[in-house]
Write a protein that binds this ligand. Structure first.
Ligand code: BDP
Length: 327
């Protein structure tokens, strides 16, 4: 008798638990601009798998690749509103929304990718993360996006003078238009998805990006010169809508953070491999990779971008100094 009752109770409890967990299961939609074969696509898929595994199915992430949920500036707005829950974002287009994020969009602020990660893992990175979280875009993992360099189809770029007169596509941020304009060029913000056609029809003369992205969306087919200016080292995030994250149980929050950390480690491994592989692939396709012997003149030409930005945003001076003084 006892056994029978307890079985019934247990059965009911299990059924209730199932109902409860079904009702509480969070179905998240994630934005990713990249296509198959790009390290970030693999890392976002890994993140989704890990979240399901670590939350025992309480939280499920469906990743929409290839930017099908919209351009990056639009997707950022959607995450702020909670219409998209998660995204792999570059911090460049976050600058117009979150002032602290502009730290990483100042040209030549970091000495290397390692230096960038040391800054992001320290107090300056914490300030950037807080600013983002307060704006509704909470970073829970940092991805490597290497360094961005200029590419075009008329010849190698060796000095800022070579950029003068060129129309160069940049991501959406006044700092980037200012950066190109400081060299006498014409910085033109444009959605990533439009760059291929704009390069091939001559709407723009060039663009700037890291090697994996230059390859993955075929820009190398319409821009035969890639010059290693490495003027921007901008991290990327796995970011979650802040209110949604805060509404999760403590266990599920921890699971999401652990999943993002693991996916970020994986992404950084893939990134290093892909950077080499992309360089080889585009060279094999006929792209001329141009080493720039002296990047000093680029730094000098872009220095007014810093001065103007800090004059207009004095509250950023301390954060910039904190980053610059990080060993
Ligand atoms: C890629 C970034 C992506 C940007 C893109 C761009 O990963 O987030 O949207 O550059 O240039 O490297 O727009």
């Amino acid at each position: 008798m006892y056994q029978k009752i307890s079985k019934t109770i247990l059965g009911t409890a299990t059924a209730l638990a199932l109902v409860a967990s079904t009702a509480a299961a969070e179905e998240l939609r994630a934005w990713n601009i990249h296509t198959d074969g790009h390290p970030n696509t693999a890392a976002m898929d890994r993140f989704a798998e890990l979240v399901a595994e670590k939350t025992g199915g309480d939280v499920n992430v469906e990743v929409f690749h290839g930017g099908v949920l919209g351009s990056q500036p639009d997707a950022l707005e959607q995450v702020q509103l909670g219409a998209i829950d998660v995204g792999n974002f570059n911090l460049g287009p976050i600058g117009p929304i979150v002032q602290e994020a502009n730290l990483v969009s100042l040209p030549f602020i970091f000495k290397s990718v390692d230096h960038m990660f040391r800054v992001m893992d320290g107090p300056a990175g914490e300030k950037v993360a807080m600013g983002m979280a307060n704006a509704g875009i909470m970073p829970i993992g940092w991805f490597d996006a290497g360094a961005r360099s200029f590419y075009n189809n008329t010849g190698p770029i060796n000095s800022p003078d070579d950029v003068a007169g060129m129309k160069i596509r940049v991501m959406n941020n006044d700092l980037f238009t200012g950066m190109v304009n400081a060299m006498g060029g014409n910085g033109t913000p444009m959605a990533f998805a439009e760059v291929y056609q704009s390069l091939s029809t001559g709407v723009v003369d060039g663009a700037e990006n890291n090697l994996p992205s230059f390859q993955s969306v075929g820009h190398f087919e319409v821009a035969g010169f890639y010059s290693l200016s490495e003027h921007l080292i901008i991290p990327e995030c796995i970011c979650v809508n802040t209110a949604l994250f805060e509404g999760l149980s403590a266990d599920n929050q921890a699971a999401l953070v652990a999943a993002a950390e693991e996916a970020s480690v994986y992404q950084r491994e893939l990134w290093a491999e892909q950077t080499q592989a992309s360089r080889k692939a585009v060279e094999a396709a006929g792209v001329q990779i141009n080493e720039i012997a002296d990047k000093g003149p680029f730094q000098v030409a872009m220095a007014p971008v810093y001065a103007d930005y800090l004059a207009a945003n004095p509250s950023m001076v301390e954060l910039v100094e904190l980053a610059q003084s990080t060993e």
